[in-house]
Design a protein around this ligand. Structure first.
Ligand SMILES: *Cc1c(COP(=O)(O)O)cnc(C)c1O
Length: 365
C-alpha cells in the first residue's frame, strides 16, 4: 500500500470549463493559458485534452513551449514573456511559436535577425498595470517597425488587466479606455489591420467590453473563479483538481491538551483528533490557520494546530464514527480551493500551481 496522498485531475471538468470559456468568448478565439505546468495540473496532459477545443496555448517561456512540443502538442504556442535570448527567436520561428514583444529591446532583438520563417508577434501595451508592455506613446513607432520587418507576418495588439477580478473596480474601465485610444491611433497611422487580445479569465467572466479577437483564459479552465463575487457564469465552473488524502491515526485528547508543533492549539473539551497523511511537503499550505476547513468523509472539520511537513490534525469530534483509512479532501470538487487559500493568506491560483512533484497526479475522465 502506498501513501494515499494524491491529486485527481478531472478532465471532463476541464472540457466543461473550456467550453464555458468558449461560449463567453463569442466569435473570439481561445488561447488556453497552460503556463507553470498548467497551473500545477500538468501542462501537456491538459493541452492534449483540450487541443480540439481551443485555437492555441500560452506559456511563459521557451522551455515550457518546447516541453509541450516534445509531448505532442501541435497547436501554435505563445510565449507570454517573449524570448530571453537571441537563439530563441529562430527556434520560435521553426516551432510555430508566437512571441509577445513587451519592450523596445525585445523588438530590436527581433528586428536585427534574419529568421528561417516569419513570426506572429503579440505587441503588449502597458495600459496601466505597469509590469510589462510598451508605453502607449511608443506603440505607434514599435508597431510600425514590426509590421515593416521581413521577420514578422502579423501583429496582434494585446494588453493585460490588473484588476478585472474586482468586479466593481473602475480601473478596468480606465485600462480599456487607454487601450482603445492606442488602437484608434494605430488605425489612423497605419492602414494595416490587426487583431486584439485583452481578456484573461476575469475579463471573460465579468467584462464583456474586454473581449477581443483572442481571449486568454487561465484559471477558469481549471475551474477556479478569479472574481471577488460569484456570478451566474463563475458558478458554472467545475474544479479540475481535487487534493485528497486519508486519516492515518485517531486519538481522544482531554481538555487542556495541545496538538502539534509548538502546542499552538489547546483543546477546550474532550476532543477526537484525526491525523491525515498530508502536510506542507505535499503542497498543503503551512500558513493554513486553525479552523481551516478539511472534508472528512465529505463533512467539514476544522484544522487544529500547525501544519507539519507530512501531516495535519483535524478535530473530528462532531463526526461520530471516524476510522483510519477514511477519506479526506483538502480542496477540490466539494471544498473550493479559494476558501482554503483565504484561510492560508493566499489565493487558489497559488495553491494549485505550487503542488510539489511528490504529490502524485491521477487523471480521470
Ligand atoms: C497568466 C496570464 C493570463 C491568464 O490569467 P488568468 O487570470 O489565469 O485567466 C492571461 N494573460 C496573461 C498575459 C497572463 O500572464
Amino acid at each position: 500500500m502506498s501513501r494515499p496522498t494524491e491529486i485527481l485531475i478531472d478532465l471532463d471538468a476541464l472540457i466543461h470549463n473550456c467550453r464555458l470559456a468558449k461560449s463567453l468568448s463569442g466569435p473570439g478565439n481561445i488561447v488556453a493559458v497552460v503556463k507553470a505546468d498548467g497551473y500545477g495540473h500538468g501542462a501537456a496532459d491538459i493541452a492534449l485534452k483540450i487541443e480540439p477545443e481551443v485555437s492555441m496555448f500560452a506559456v511563459s517561456c521557451m522551455e515550457e513551449a518546447i516541453s509541450l512540443r516534445k509531448q505532442g502538442v501541435s497547436l501554435p504556442l505563445l510565449l507570454l514573456e517573449g524570448c530571453f535570448s537571441l537563439e530563441e527567436y529562430n527556434l520560435a520561428a521553426r516551432q510555430n511559436i508566437q512571441l509577445v514583444i513587451h519592450n523596445v529591446d525585445q523588438a530590436n532583438c527581433l528586428l536585427e535577425q534574419t529568421l528561417d520563417a516569419q513570426l506572429k508577434i503579440w505587441l503588449k501595451v502597458d495600459s496601466g498595470m505597469h509590469r510589462l508592455g510598451v508605453l502607449p506613446e511608443d506603440v505607434n513607432e514599435v508597431f510600425g517597425l514590426l509590421v515593416a520587418s521581413h521577420n514578422v507576418s502579423d501583429v496582434v495588439l494585446m494588453t493585460h488587466l490588473a484588476s478585472a477580478d474586482e468586479t466593481s473596480s473602475d480601473f478596468t474601465v480606465k485600462q480599456l479606455k487607454r487601450f482603445a485610444k492606442v488602437i484608434d491611433n494605430l488605425k489612423v497611422t497605419h492602414a494595416k489591420s490587426f487583431e486584439t487580445s485583452i481578456a484573461n479569465s476575469a475579463g471573460l467572466l465579468a467584462w464583456e467590453e474586454a473581449l477581443g479577437d483572442w481571449n486568454r483564459p487561465g484559471i477558469m479552465l481549471y475551474g477556479l473563479t478569479p472574481l471577488d463575487v460569484d456570478t451566474a457564469h463563475s458558478a458554472k465552473l467545475k474544479p479540475v483538481m481535487t487534493f485528497r488524502s486519508e486519516v492515518i491515526a485517531l486519538r481522544e485528547i482531554q481538555a487542556g491538551e495541545s496538538v502539534g508543533y509548538g502546542n499552538t492549539w489547546t483543546a477546550s473539551r474532550p476532543t477526537q483528533i484525526a491525523t491525515l497523511a498530508v502536510g506542507y511537503g505535499d503542497g498543503y499550505p503551512r500558513t493554513a490557520k486553525t479552523g481551516t476547513p478539511v472534508l472528512i468523509n465529505g463533512q467539514r472539520c476544522p484544522l487544529v494546530g500547525r501544519v507539519s511537513m507530512d501531516m495535519i490534525c483535524v478535530d473530528v469530534t462532531h463526526l461520530g464514527q471516524v476510522n483510519i483509512g477514511d477519506s479526506a479532501e483538502l480542496w477540490g470538487k466539494n471544498l473550493h480551493a479559494n476558501e482554503v487559500a483565504a484561510c492560508a493568506g493566499t489565493i487558489g491560483y497559488e495553491l494549485v500551481t505550487r503542488m510539489p512533484k511528490r504529490t502524485k497526479r491521477k487523471f480521470i475522465g
